[in-house]
Design a binder for this molecule. Structure first.
Ligand code: AMP
Ligand code: MG
Length: 320
């Protein structure tokens, strides 16, 4: 990611992903504040530790509702709404399936088919009861588990942008795993963001995306996976089958104002595939996307909010 203006970089590892914060001034105090803010949200949302707001809800599944903060409640409301869209691949109650595969963690495995079926029966988003007045969440079946892994980073990245905006400081640049939030760079010049080449070294790029004041989020099957008997098992699941989603795509990148939208729609468009995804985007001028397919095609939506420059000639850009 580049701009012509000098930037100061600060790094940390949060929610298991390296995070890079860039500021236009040298300000360690500010960077520390941002990392602390992210850690607070991580403490509320993580499911990879025994204690968090989400884990309190999960531990109480089948027993009683748990009240959470207004912001966590709103995020859960949003996740439930997206999980109930018609034909959605997104399911925020997929925790029992995600935990069973352990992809990206020690002990990853292909679960037996009957175990997966049993776990899938615990993944019905209708069985999450929300009480708006009490800000409480009740998972009606014992064994149910919420997993916000698909949207937590995007949500938190937006909170960081709000934190900056509320103090009228220059908006920073945050690269956190697959989520990149980009405030206007000094002088409003464009940010240049690399689109990663699937299954290659981290610095190998398919091309460059140019944007001004946007969020760029990518979901790719190459982010977390393992290979067994020549088969690649990755971390984005088909919520109908419980197995990693298997279609023509290797990654989907979303360009939007808010990172939460990027995080939600990368998963949704992933599930739609190129044809349905492009038809959907034609009616959504507020968001844009870049699809990378297994047969090395790059398909971009209208490019009103970004431009894409191909760097790797083994790929080809295809108009749709
Ligand atoms: P991302 O890196 O944003 O693509 O999100 C991947 C993470 O989302 C996974 O590690 C799981 O925690 C979670 N996840 C996987 N499949 C789904 C799905 N179908 N719906 C909702 N969350 C999912
Ligand atoms: Mg996501």
């Amino acid at each position: 990611m580049t701009t012509d203006t000098p930037v100061y970089a600060y790094s940390a590892v949060l929610m298991g992903s390296p995070i890079l914060l860039k500021l236009f001034e040298h300000n360690e105090k500010l960077a520390g504040q941002v990392f602390r803010l992210i850690r607070q949200y991580e403490n509320a949302l993580t499911v990879n530790r025994d204690h968090s707001d989400i884990m309190a809800i999960n531990h109480a599944a089948g027993h009683h509702p748990v009240s959470v903060s207004k912001s966590v409640f709103s995020l859960i409301q949003c996740a439930k709404a997206v999980s109930l869209l018609p034909d959605t691949l997104f399911n925020f109650t997929l925790g029992p399936v995600v935990k069973c595969w352990k992809i990206g963690f020690q002990g990853h495995r292909v679960p037996p088919a009957d175990t997966l079926q049993a776990r899938l029966s615990l993944c019905n988003p209708e069985n999450v009861v929300l009480d708006e007045e009490a800000h409480s969440v009740f998972l009606t079946q014992s064994g149910m588990e919420i997993d916000l892994g698909a949207i937590a980073k995007g949500y938190i990245a937006d909170r960081v942008q709000n934190f900056y905006a509320s103090r009228a400081w220059r908006v920073p640049l945050l690269i956190w795993g697959n989520v990149q939030t980009l405030g206007a760079s000094a002088g409003q010049e464009r940010w240049a963001i690399g689109l990663k080449k699937p299954f290659a070294a981290p610095d190998e790029l398919v091309g460059i995306i140019h944007v001004v004041n946007k969020s760029v989020v990518t979901s790719g099957v190459y982010e977390r996976y393992f290979v067994l008997d020549g088969q690649c098992y990755h971390h984005i699941f088909d919520s109908k089958t419980g197995y990693p989603l298997n279609n023509e795509l290797l990654s989907v990148t979303l360009i939007s104002d808010r990172s939460i939208d990027g995080d939600i729609y990368t998963t949704l468009l992933y599930g739609m595939g190129v044809e349905k995804g492009m038809a959907y985007l034609a009616a959504r001028p507020d968001i844009e996307a870049i699809f990378v397919t297994r047969d090395k095609q790059i398909i971009c939506s209208s490019q009103r909010q970004f431009t894409f420059t191909l760097l790797d000639n083994s790929y080809r850009t295809v108009s749709y």
